[in-house]
Design a protein around this ligand. Structure first.
Ligand SMILES: Nc1ncnc2c1ncn2[C@@H]1O[C@H](COP(=O)(O)OP(=O)(O)O)[C@@H](O)[C@H]1O
Ligand SMILES: [Mg+2]
Length: 240
């Protein structure tokens, strides 16, 4: 029987009947501002508290940004970086070289990210986000091949992984669509209008979680001062 790992979010653990299974790859898919980065940091913090060795890869934020902003939610990552239970690796997917009026874009990211995953081992791998990687691929075939390769690298080491992916606003589908087919789990974040049309409400649902029974509910969640809070189903009040 595979053990189950907490996501650090009580309501989401409830929907997952405990959490995500060991050695699985789960993707959080949602539009910009839906809380993917915050959720990934909350997941990271919960796993560090459980004594897991974690690798956090960011293609969007600097180390300083991540560490400073996490403190606002009460997550202090500095001691874990110090004792090497946490490695934070940041990538700049594209470099811009300006020579006079000439602007050149260069990128080694498509090779650098798999090389990095190959040469590092951790209980938990978090990548925020995969979208920059997929954006650099030439076509869907390359996207699928490169994702499969990356997933084999992660699975080969037995790591548990959480990967965020951008989606177009108001769809359940990630921007390049590839991750849905290969990830073991897909958690979708969306924004919908409230019944009185006065506000946008965040909703979460589990699209799939391989080998596991899970809830099919649509639940409301909020981004609060202590992170993501997923409410009970009775809070949902949607314009559907
Ligand atoms: N302390 C807070 N309280 C409430 N909402 C917050 C707080 N901090 C950030 N947010 C919300 O989180 C959003 C950004 O979350 P983020 O995880 O960066 O989204 P994503 O990675 O999906 O683009 C902001 O747009 C803001 O609405
Ligand atoms: Mg983000």
């Amino acid at each position: 029987m595979r053990s189950i790992n907490t996501t650090g979010i009580n309501g989401l653990d409830e929907m997952l009947h405990g959490g995500v299974p060991d050695a699985s790859i789960t993707s959080i898919v949602g539009p910009t501002g839906s809380g993917k980065t915050i959720m990934s940091l909350q997941f990271l913090h919960a796993n560090l508290l459980q004594g897991k060795k974690c690798l956090y890869i960011s293609a969007a934020h600097t180390l300083e940004e991540l560490v400073t902003n996490s403190l606002k939610f009460g997550w202090d990552f500095a001691p874990y970086i110090e004792n090497q239970m946490l490695i934070v690796k940041t990538f700049e997917p594209v470099s811009i070289i300006c020579l006079g009026t000439e602007v050149t874009l260069t990128s080694k990211y498509l090779d650098e990210l798999p090389e990095y995953l190959h040469s590092h081992t951790a209980d938990v791998v978090i990548l925020d986000s995969i979208t920059e990687f997929l954006m650099l691929c030439k076509n869907d075939i390359e996207r699928r091949a490169r994702i499969l390769n990356m997933f084999q690298l992660i699975k080969g080491k037995g790591s548990n992984a959480l990967i965020t992916a951008e989606s177009d606003t108001n769809t359940n589908k990630s921007t390049f669509g590839t991750i849905e087919f290969v990830a073991d789990g897909i958690i979708s974040l969306r924004r919908v209008q409230s019944k009185d049309l006065a506000e946008l409400i965040h909703i979460i649902r589990i699209i799939k979680m391989r080998w596991m029974k899970h809830s099919r509910e649509i639940r409301q969640y909020d981004i609060t001062d202590t992170g993501i809070e997923v409410y009970s189903k009775y809070h949902v009040m949607l314009q559907m």
